[in-house]
Design a binder for this molecule. Structure first.
Ligand SMILES: *Cc1c(COP(=O)(O)O)cnc(C)c1O
Length: 369
């Protein structure tokens, strides 16, 4: 059986006719930039994420950059970021001239370890950027307590966690201003690039809106030096079609994760993701760990099971970040995760039989060793 790492087929079947209709209505609307679909999506996504405001932008990286600018993060200031994250979180900080200050993750949840943050704070620290990696919410109770105590902004990177909750509250609604991405592979994905900012603060809403559109509220009058990073009208139309499905697609991901947990819990040579009791993850990815990662991946590949690695090289070891001077060994937990993590196939529409097949091959691999 060929098992792709990710398949859109099931989702696309559900939305196909609505997408077709929307595409032609879009053509005929003659409103191609910041039109009614973007306005509707901003309202719909704010309701989905239970925030006062949503601002549609071009992509997730721009969303993070505009969040940092709107929060007033200045060149030379410091932002706490996870050492173990997709590099976009770091790049955004660097793009505004600030310095990413990496913190090791908890080895069990792969997320920012709140107990390690205070030792890294300096007078230049202005914000903490929690990333709900793989759809697992960070411990927002602990992070908010630290942010409150030291008067820091929280800017959530919610790109992988649409619909996840911590202590009953949706991720992307904790921070002062938060970013997300609708890159096609995300739990809510556009059919191209897209992103959004969520906030409950009226002035942040106002400023972020200016910043994504040339710093202009009234055409040809520019209040500040803004960007061009508007959510594309056609992508907004598609996102409006897909958004109502996200709760059931997330439930499908949770069910697949439950199958993985039940079929793999006897395999002693792998570690399954830990879920803290306040956490309701949405399993953007299902990431296991094993010391035999490369051999396991190869074995699964020969059985036509596609897997992936998120991420093989941590940001501090990337060529782009050599100037920060971190050597190999600087963040041992992060580096170990990079060497041992393996993302198993997970997508809405993946059947229990398929999960069973994948788990069977994983068990075969370990019994043959
Ligand atoms: C996908 C992703 C982003 C960036 O999204 P783009 O839309 O591709 O720019 C940022 N942070 C994390 C954690 C992501 O997974």
């Amino acid at each position: 059986m060929h098992v792709p790492f990710l398949s859109f087929t099931y989702q696309n079947t559900q939305i196909r006719s609505a997408i077709q209709e929307k595409s032609l209505r879009f053509l005929d609307s003659e409103k191609y930039v910041l039109g009614p679909e973007v306005t509707a999506f901003e309202k719909n996504y704010a309701a989905f994420n239970q925030t006062q405001y949503c601002i549609g932008v071009g992509n997730g990286l721009d969303a993070l950059i505009i969040c940092l600018e709107t929060a007033g993060i200045k060149p030379g200031e410091e932002v706490i970021v996870p050492a173990n994250t997709y590099i976009a979180s770091w790049l955004a900080v660097s793009q505004v001239g600030a310095v990413p200050v990496p913190i090791e993750p908890e080895e069990t949840t792969y997320n920012l370890d709140p107990t390690k943050i205070e030792a890294a704070l300096t007078p230049k620290t202005k914000a903490i950027m929690p990333v709900h990696l793989y759809g697992q919410p960070c411990n927002m109770t602990a992070l908010q307590a630290i942010a409150d105590k030291h008067s820091l902004f929280i800017i959530e990177d919610n790109a992988q966690a649409h619909g996840a909750r911590w202590a009953g509250q949706l991720t992307g609604s904790f921070g002062h201003i938060n970013a997300t991405s609708f890159y096609p592979t995300k739990n809510l994905g556009a059919l191209g690039d897209g992103g959004a900012i969520t906030t409950n603060h009226p002035d942040f809403n106002y400023q972020a809106r200016l910043r994504r559109n040339y710093g202009s509220e009234i055409k040809n009058y520019n209040a500040l030096i803004g960007r061009n990073s508007r959510l594309d009208e056609l992508q907004a139309a598609y996102l409006n079609v897909k958004l109502p499905y996200v709760p059931t697609w997330n439930a499908a991901r949770r069910q697949i994760a439950a199958y993985y947990f039940s079929y793999l819990n006897q395999v002693t040579k792998i570690t399954l993701p830990a879920v803290l009791s306040a956490a309701e993850p949405v399993y953007h990815l299902f990431v296991i760990r094993t010391n035999h990662r490369d051999a396991l991946q190869q074995y699964l590949r020969t059985h036509q099971i596609e897997t992936a690695i998120h991420y093989p090289l941590p940001p501090h070891l990337q060529a782009a970040y050599q100037h920060l001077g971190y050597r190999k060994g600087a963040f041992p937990i992060t580096e170990k995760l990079a060497q041992t993590c393996l993302s198993l196939p997970i997508w809405p529409g993946m059947t229990e039989e398929t999960v069973q097949y994948v788990c069977g091959k994983i068990k075969d691999f370990f019994t043959k060793r």
